[in-house]
Write a protein that binds this ligand. Structure first.
Ligand SMILES: Nc1ncnc2c1ncn2[C@@H]1O[C@H](COP(=O)(O)OP(=O)(O)OP(=O)(O)O)[C@@H](O)[C@H]1O
Ligand SMILES: [Mg+2]
Length: 239
């Protein structure tokens, strides 16, 4: 059977050419089926860079990525990003209203706007009181994050790359987002790779942990093994 997602020997030189060591090297892993992964590691390890490379938003120096057996380089960026969707920590709103922002991804990808699905998602992330005619630029950071997440979910991606997407949210909103994503994983078989510094969240939302350290994918373990095995859980580091 062809794996859902394969990452083979990905290497990224440091952005700063003066730094001789790589940002990360030889990142190799395989996702056989839709799975929930938490990606952990100290600040500056390259987690966001890795996600952006996987979404074809940044270049890579060597290595390969395959989705359903298709090489990333052989798939056009728009098609790739419809299936493998990056949601940034700092959500960028396009000029216009909330509705404009929700419709835009359907327009770009030539798909019908599923308004009922959008309303359902907006409700599930706790934003049902929001007036869709409001200017998106006026939203709070946490509201923008959730609109950006809904905008991505409307594409019905197969793999979500989530970059600290609940970092600006209160506890209740954070839990709503976690519940929604777990539900979508179970019902729609969406896989996700979720970067977080919140170990409790990582434990709650994931089946596997990828842990980056010293430019390597140092652990790729079941969540219970990662947190259960004191020897492999790097308690001394600040995640
Ligand atoms: N576009 C860029 N241009 C120059 N340097 C960059 C760029 N993107 C990332 N970097 C640098 O690469 C390193 C890794 O950054 P990255 O954002 O991937 O780390 P991270 O693991 O996501 O960290 P954090 O947990 O703080 O979000 C950092 O030193 C950062 O300054
Ligand atoms: Mg980051």
């Amino acid at each position: 059977m062809i794996p859902l997602f394969e990452v083979k020997q990905l290497t990224k030189k440091h952005w700063d050419a003066q730094v001789k060591r790589e940002l990360f090297s030889d990142i190799t892993t395989c996702i056989e089926r839709p799975v929930r992964i938490a990606l952990l590691g100290k600040s500056g390890q390259g987690k966001s860079t890795l996600l952006r490379i996987l979404a074809k938003l940044d270049s890579v120096d060597s290595g390969e990525v395959c989705f359903n057996g298709q090489l990333m380089n052989e798939v056009d960026s728009r098609t790739w990003r419809m299936n493998i969707c990056y949601v940034a920590q700092q959500a960028t709103m396009l000029p216009g209203t909330i509705k404009d922002n929700l419709i835009i991804s359907s327009k770009i990808h030539n798909r019908p706007f599923e308004e009922d699905f959008a309303r359902q998602l907006i409700k599930e992330v706790g934003l049902d009181d929001l007036d869709w005619e409001k200017q998106a630029g006026d939203l709070s950071g946490g509201e923008k994050q959730r609109i950006a997440l809904v905008r991505s979910l409307l594409l019905r991606p197969k793999i979500l790359l989530l970059d600290e997407i609940t970092a600006s949210l209160d506890q209740q909103s954070k839990e709503l987002v976690e519940q929604l994503l777990i539900k979508l994983h179970q019902k729609e078989e969406i896989a996700f790779i979720w970067v977080t510094h919140d170990t409790e969240q990582a434990n709650n939302i994931s089946e596997r942990i990828w842990y980056m350290e010293d430019g390597k994918l140092a652990s790729d373990l079941k969540t219970s093994e990662f947190f259960g095995d004191q020897a492999s859980f790097p308690t001394q580091v600040i995640l």
